[in-house]
Write a protein that binds this ligand. Structure first.
Ligand code: PMP
Length: 430
């Protein structure tokens, strides 16, 4: 048997850090990453044959669990028909129709291959459609690794951001303003200073890249009003929340709270591909008309609308729109976070939890945080002990305290009870 440690050593010789996406390397939590050999339903097995209850779900896409029969069948059939044609197919039209039928704010959608690509193009589209350059994003929200979005806050609201990655020239982020999430004063001030130059405001409506922080309803309402007053576009990055927190995505929840609410541009990924490389961005027909080949905003992709990825996404969406799917998933996810909370309370560990649909977060602090600064005050050592304690007991959580968790329809009550029992054991040692 090859061990995880042996594989990690071999991987580090040929792949930087041994991984193809940084957070997989366990840098924050320490220890050896698990090399996964297969997955089924809510479980994954590593190279050593150890089974884990999987609460990462490939970072969100696996809402049905691994290897759902309907999805597997659709992918196998599609593979027999051909891997990639570089020409239009009926299936991509079907997937576009399926997505649009669930998201009334979008009249048209374009399929791409990653969330990064979708968010990057959404920004280009917003700039092209408005003829403006500047954009607002929020600290703690991640929209992929396009240059203009790898930014941290500058020294004040009058100045724009600083790159968070080497290799991003300051000039490339000079139009990106980074504000604190849920901070109304900063928002007002930014529009007062820069309103006429703003192309868009981009937000994760429930920020899963700082674990799980909701944009408060008055905050979202005010962004919508300010965008309308100043002619800027409001971009909802639903790569994580899309078809995950509700069938109509996070925007349907805000539309319930704010009558008539809709974002101008929406970005999707993860669930719409069911685990295959697929993402999308959509908007009104008028705004999407700016895209090539109709308009002057260029965007393209050799593998965009890939026939196997679209088969996988379509089969996934058809399952999650079955009546009662989200109600059952929400109950299951709630059961998990309530159980974790009760286990923490029993040991006197400060703990707060939140969930929506099949997405959840927990914090080692008594109150739910409202912004990135507060999230990052989490006791890293305590999180790491919890993470490794659960991993040792066969429960796989995200290996970083600023990442959300995901429950799938395949998780059983017994899986959730076993998870809570493992957490109780770990908390007892705190
Ligand atoms: N936006 C959000 C909200 C995300 O969570 C992510 C990835 N986790 C992205 C964009 C980028 O997606 P990808 O990793 O597919 O490029």
């Amino acid at each position: 048997m090859t061990t995880n440690a042996e594989l990690f050593e071999r991987a580090q010789r040929v792949i930087p850090g041994g991984v193809n996406s940084p957070v997989r390397a366990f840098r924050a939590v320490g220890g050896t990453p698990r090399f996964i050999s297969r997955a089924d339903g809510p479980y994954m097995w590593d190279a050593e044959g150890q089974r884990y209850i999987d609460y990462i779900g490939s970072w969100g896409p696996m809402i049905l669990g691994h290897g759902h029969p309907a999805v597997l069948g659709a992918v196998q059939q599609a593979a027999l028909e051909g891997f990639s044609f570089g020409a239009p197919t009926e299936r991509e039209v079907e997937l576009a129709e399926e997505i649009l039928s669930l998201v009334p704010s979008c009249e048209q959608i374009r399929l791409v291959s990653s969330g990064t690509e979708a968010a990057m193009t959404a920004i280009r589209l917003a700039r092209g459609a408005t003829g403006r350059s500047k954009l607002i994003k929020f600290e703690g929200c991640y929209h992929g690794h396009a240059d203009a979005l790898l930014v941290k806050a500058g020294s004040g609201l009058a100045t724009f951001g600083n790159p968070t990655s080497a290799g991003v020239p300051p000039e490339v982020v000079q139009h990106t303003l980074v504000l604190e999430y849920n901070n109304l004063e900063q928002l007002e001030e930014a529009f007062r200073l820069h309103g006429p130059d703003l192309a868009c405001v981009m937000i994760e409506p429930i920020a899963g890249n700082m674990n799980f922080v909701r944009a408060q309803v008055p905050f979202v309402r005010r962004i919508r009003e300010l965008c309308d007053q100043h002619g800027a576009l409001f971009v909802f990055d639903e790569v994580m929340t899309g078809f995950r927190v509700a069938l109509g995505s996070a925007q349907s929840l805000y539309a319930q709270a704010i009558p008539g609410f809709a974002p101008d541009i929406s970005v999707f990924g993860k669930v719409i591909g069911g685990g295959m490389p697929l993402a999308a961005f959509g908007s009104s027909r008028r705004i999407m008309g700016h895209l090539a080949p109709l308009g002057t905003v260029y965007q393209a992709g050799t593998l965009s609308g890939n026939p196997i990825a679209t088969a996988c996404g379509l089969a996934t969406l058809r399952e999650i729109r079955q009546p009662g799917f989200f109600e059952a998933l929400s109950v299951k996810t709630r059961r998990l976070v309530d159980g974790l909370k009760a286990a923490a309370d029993a040991s006197g560990v400060p703990f707060s939890v939140d969930s929506q649909g099949g997405m959840f977060g927990f914090f080692f602090m008594p109150e739910l945080p409202q912004n990135y600064g507060t999230v990052m005050t989490t006791d890293q050592a305590r999180f790491n002990r919890f993470f490794h304690g659960l991993l040792d007991r066969g429960v796989y959580l995200a290996p970083a305290l600023y990442e959300a968790g995901f429950v799938s329809a395949a998780h059983t009550d017994a899986d959730i009870d076993a998870t809570i029992a493992a957490a109780r054991e770990v908390f007892a040692h705190e």
